[in-house]
Design a protein around this ligand. Structure first.
Ligand SMILES: C[S@@+](CC[C@H](N)C(=O)[O-])C[C@H]1O[C@@H](n2cnc3c(N)ncnc32)[C@H](O)[C@@H]1O
Length: 291
């Protein structure tokens, strides 16, 4: 079986990602896509510590120090995270985390994206507006050397945009009612043959739409799929240090990438293995590694 350091590829390893990540060789991982336990929110079984917003940042920062070492210069780290409001105040640990990653590790914040959730539970009470967003932060090891392939994630133009191209209308962007921008035509008079460049607001489904998966907070495949297509090539290595229900692994294999996962809860490791067997019934993992 192909390995990365001493760790088998295309496998989710049981253990604490803060420890397991130390086993990864320097410059070995192409992409991290992950969503950690949020401070003080969901319980992932009695063996998993629920972190308090006060010590969360110190705990989590360790992984980003390691990530600078194990990412390839062309690599990226995609972090989906959220905060919550309790006792009338929204916590600030996400902002503190991002600030400290940028200041205290050598990773650079390339960009920040918003995940606009198509559906979410209404917020109780009158004062607080209904919350439909999560954050996605994009860190890189080297702002000049990190790779993207935007043509792979271009999207179809809307009819109205194509009409504007045809009529050679130049002007301001059209802002939709949900805050997304229709198209900026500044500087271009022809549509791109492969479609428009995505905007920094994503409309991924939530993982709760995945029926039958017994994990409390799985990714919907759309989220890892977008970033794996955009930021890696076939055969690249994708790591999810908080693998949970295994979505990142399944998507990586479907896109002909190799994956590596960590999770501290043995039930989720079993869940991921069973899910992958179910998705690829005719293949042993060696079939993926040979490609
Ligand atoms: C938000 S969930 C990740 C969900 C995942 N993105 C998916 O698609 O299912 C966080 C996961 O991190 C795991 N976890 C918590 N602390 C961990 C640690 N120190 N090391 C590795 N995994 C951990 C939990 O068991 C849980 O499955």
């Amino acid at each position: 079986m192909e390995k990365i350091g001493n760790l088998d590829l295309n496998k989710t390893h049981l253990g604490d990602c803060m420890e397991l990540s130390k086993e990864l060789p320097d410059d070995s991982v192409d992409l991290v896509v992950t969503s950690p336990p949020y401070a003080d929110t969901v319980s992932y079984g009695h063996e998993v510590e629920v972190f308090n917003p006060e010590n969360y940042v110190d705990w989590f920062l360790q992984l980003f120090h390691e990530a600078y070492r194990f990412l390839k210069p062309a690599g990226s780290f995609i972090l989906n995270i959220n905060d919550r409001a309790t006792n009338g105040e929204r916590s600030t640990y996400v902002f503190e985390l991002v600030y400290r990653i940028a200041k205290e590790t050598r990773l650079k914040l390339f960009d920040r994206y918003i995940w606009f959730k198509k559906s979410a539970l209404p917020m109780p009470g009158d004062k607080r507006l209904n919350d439909r967003i999560e954050y996605i932060f994009h860190f890189v090891k080297d702002t000049k050397k990190f790779k993207t392939n935007t043509d792979r994630v271009r999207e179809p133009y809307k009819e109205i945009s194509l009409r504007r191209f045809k009529n050679k209308v130049h002007g301001n962007d059209i802002i939709n009612s949900d805050g997304t921008t229709e198209l900026s035509q500044r500087g271009s008079s022809k549509p791109h043959p492969l479609g428009k460049k995505p905007i920094t607001v994503f409309r991924f489904d939530t993982g709760s739409a995945l029926r039958g998966l017994k994990h409390p907070a799985p990714f919907h495949p759309q989220l890892p799929e977008f970033f794996i297509k955009w930021l890696t090539d076939e055969k690249d290595i994708v790591l999810d240090p908080f693998m949970g229900g295994g979505t990142t692994g399944v998507v990586a294999l479907k896109l002909n990438r190799k994956y590596l996962g960590f999770d501290i809860n043995p039930e989720y490791i079993k869940m991921t293995e069973e899910r992958i067997k179910g998705e690829f019934p005719d293949k042993g993992l060696n079939d993926f590694l040979k490609r």
